[in-house]
Design a binder for this molecule. Sequence first.
Ligand code: GLC
Length: 553
Amino acid sequence: MENMKWWQKTLVYQVYPKSFADTTGSGTGDIRGILGKLDYLESLGIGAVWLTPVYPSPMVDNGYDIADYCSLDPAYGTMEDMEELIHEAKSHGIRIVMDLVYNHSSDQHPWFQESCRSRDNEKSDWYIWRDAKPDGTPPTNWRGIFGGSAWTWCKARRQYYLHTFASQQPDLNWENPKVRRALYNAANFWLEKGVGGFRIDAITYIKKPTEFLDGKPDAADGTVSIHDMTANTEGILEFLHEFRREVFDGHDIFTVAEANGVSPEELKDWVGEDGAFDMLFEFSHMNLQFPEGEIWCKEHPWKLTALKKALSDSQRATAQNGWYPIFFENHDQPRCVNQFFPQGGDRVLAAKAMAAVLLTLRGTPFVYEGQELGMSNVAWESMDCYDDISSHGQYALALQEGFSAEDALSFVHTYSRDNARTPMQWTAEKNAGFTTGTPWLPVHGDFAICNAETEGEDPDSVLNWYRKLSAWRQGKETLLCGSYEELLPEREDLYAFSRRLGTEEVYTIVNFSLHEVELPDIIPRGAKRVFGNYAEEKAGVLRGQEAVIYVVR
Ligand code: GLC
């Protein structure tokens, strides 16, 4: 415990600034909006706030297309606002964590503007340029992650450039030392401003293979996902170690990298004393429907044993070396109350059950805005209502694969990133208190009951459950640094695990099914039931979605 770092003993809260709190009536959130909510965040026991990108951006991918790494988009405020946020947050015990989007920039970034002008300008090899195939088609059959070819033709250069995501997000050429230097400088700029760490975006894609070859098609149009061709390419760790040396080393900060394509077994090379980062978001527990990285319409039913195995593998992989960021939501994922429970369940029970797991596993819990209220998915009736660029790409792919418009829309309902991006629900007033203007994305219809103010007054709300669990966790060494053991791994309805330190044990049991089951005989005699998401205990059974936490000494 004495050796633990500050960020291992706290909770991180993810703010999606566009949807968090609007102080100007513009319909989009801003930095001053976050400033106004620091007391709220403190009441949740938050020690760091990860801000998704707030840099100048054409907003094709809501800020993940950056046009300048060292300033602020005017829609969010000024650099002074940002400095004030970093400073004020600190006085609430909260550090601000910036998002580094370094696999690609916006096509509006001056670097790209220059790069695409000619084949021999100063920045001509800052991006990844290739000639067309002899017949004029793109250099390979790779499909971008948002759909469509991963290559876009540039008339001025008469060449294609590569983009892992949208065509407005050209991939930077990490092989060029000048590019790496420019990126490190930008991160150091933010360190000088006093930020508490970085979340590093889409990092597994920065290293490209030496040869660019066609891959085996996985979609009807003959394309293959670029993920399968470039994720986690050999040699990537050399870049990352340099990144660490040049930026992170010697600062009292944390780094957490988004690393789709790195498995729990590989974590040891990526995190810990000799790794490149402090923590890694890997997605083995989030991508259960898409075990091979399939497109949305090729979903598979998943089993609870698969979820448990993924979580337990990550717990084990980081038991001795490295540290685990526990998360069930972010701005790219559906809401966890929908994702992890069968349809027809109770939202509040589900939200509390997921919180029980989130706050009793070993690692640093990440709470995504609204998760602490039990916010849930939306299901809008037309694609016109959806903003998310990837939802539109996946919808088109589903149609191309032969699904009806109705089916394609139902995939969007389940998986759209807009599920997580609807405005934060503060009050039962108009627009959930998010804005006095017109919100950029519609507010979820349940805001009258699911909002911070109403929940704040209800001792049994999801919000107060989070507050209580978070405060309890903070003071409990067994949860912060005790060992982890999974119990009953073969059960398809229950997730049970224990945490142990010295003579103390904490047991968490969650019934992920909607029906009542017998309480298994795994809790030692004398154990005290300290939390339960049903008001009253019912002896000998676990009701549908019931979550219970016990402590025994
Ligand atoms: C990451 C971000 C996602 C973004 C993508 C491209 O996956 O989380 O929101 O669209 O990278 O930057």
